[in-house]
Write a protein that binds this ligand. Sequence first.
Ligand code: SME
Length: 161
Amino acid sequence: MSPGLKHKAIVMTVDYQTLSKTIAALTDGETDQVALMATVACEVHHADDRFDWTGFYRVTEPGLLKIGPYQGGHGCLVIPFDRGVCGAAARTGQVQLVPDVDAFPGHIACASSTRSELVLPVHNAARDVIGVFDIDSDKPDAFGAGDAAALGAILADVFAR
Ligand code: SME
């Protein structure tokens, strides 16, 4: 390593434009939701070191989420809408940006290493909430509004087209 680089903080950020193009190319013409979710989870997960668990929970019956395609350690299989960060996103249809999971009442700790979370509702073209997209980080305060906006646009491209 050159001396100039030695003490330089390397901040890794996602190239969301490239990520979005890659996902669009990989999912072009596909309509199967599991195939789409698996591809999005994989591509997003490997795009940034902040992302320690990346995946979907699907609405399988009214008020209930079940695990979908994901990357990372095992996730809880079932989350009712009235529980956790994922339940809040599904119930309200609103993005949940949680800088400190310990400060979120009812947070479900699938992994004790998780410090912060970003959960986005996933809508279909009819604007129904079909699931949520959950990214967990072992770093505190790992996510910003820019991540939420870029990921929301990717989800809309893939699931509401
Ligand atoms: N932490 C989430 C649960 C899902 S996992 O962490 C994979 C929540 O509180 O909804």
